[in-house]
Design a protein around this ligand. Sequence first.
Ligand SMILES: [Zn+2]
Length: 418
Amino acid sequence: MEAKAAQLRKLRPKGVVQLELGIGANNQMLKAPMMEMVSQFPYWFFITMNLAKEINILPTIRKRSLALKGDIARNLAQLKAASPNDDFAAKVSQTNTFNYENLVMQTQLNYSSYYSIYAQGGTAVKLTEEKPLPYDQQIKLFAQKVKEADHIVIGGASGLSAAGGGDFYYKDTPSFYKYFGKFAKKYGIKGDFAGMKYPWKTREEFWGYLATFLYTTQHAPVRQPYKDLKKIIGDKDYFFLTTNQDTQAIKEFPEDKVAEIQGDHRFFQYSQQCTDDVWDAVQPVEDMVKAMDDGTAIPTEMIPKCLHCGAEAFPWVRGYGNFLEGTRYHQEYAKISQYLEKNMNDGKILFIELGVGRMTPMFIQEPFWALTKNLPQAYDVMVNRDFQFLPQEIEDKGVAIKGDINQVLDDVLVELAK
Ligand SMILES: [Zn+2]
């Protein structure tokens, strides 16, 4: 044992890939300790080859793991047949069930390698050298592609919700004062996210602020761009993928047509991820806001705590802490994966990317680019207030429109009505 431990310590800083083959989902003798090691060593990677029902990856290593579902012998044969320079994992996962999350993981790697380019407002992807079409022609093209499409996949990011008036996240806008006025006055907070990072003196005040934040988004009416999108889609077949956690998409579209891959303000999770539970936050938040009244703190006993370990609950959203990538998270990804698998080779598919910022190109923008490039009948419309990125590889299969999303969608509706 000692020698083994010393051997492991030597491996610790290096890149190690663990390959788990056919061990049962809940095996505690081998599988659990293997994953525990990957969890502790940041340069390790976990590959599991197993039947779909036996795939069970520790939430903490999701980003450093890969699941190859299905018959092991067949998957190994495919790996062997693949040429050495190909991306083996991509090859095998393509022949299996399509998995949108794999696309995200691939672009995540790109993002990490070129972080400074993205942080400066750029993209690592080579862009077209052609001049963009005049705005009017871009709108005509957008409308024409909608008319021609058999399937429409919308990717809604932060700029989409901001365009409709949800502009209180980053700045002290009038809408921020409207909803968070008492906190702005008392603590000098400027913008919603700033409040989430404020050094609150008590947990009661933190929860007072958090409850206000969640209440605001949970009860906000559906904003105009979402209504316009519904009209633009009309009776076409569609799917709505979103990184927005503000529940706007599920207020306008049925839940089975929406994938919320970055979480949702309607739910709580345990902050320590000690269980897979994700549960309703709407009622508790309403009770907190009522109990707070004109004050800025909630009663101590209302702070939701874990029955198992006593740690506080947390909104089920990425960005503030331990986002739980558990069952519900995988259900969200499964929705978009299944939709694409079913429809991506069935006629014309139109991707519409709306308001992707520079911090998160890996969830919507770059996967849409990759899909557009690889699917012969795909087209990509990108709308952004700040950026106009049309990759060279899809310069004949896409249009990048720089403009206010609200205005662009209005103009497309006018064009469609002609
Ligand atoms: Zn717990």
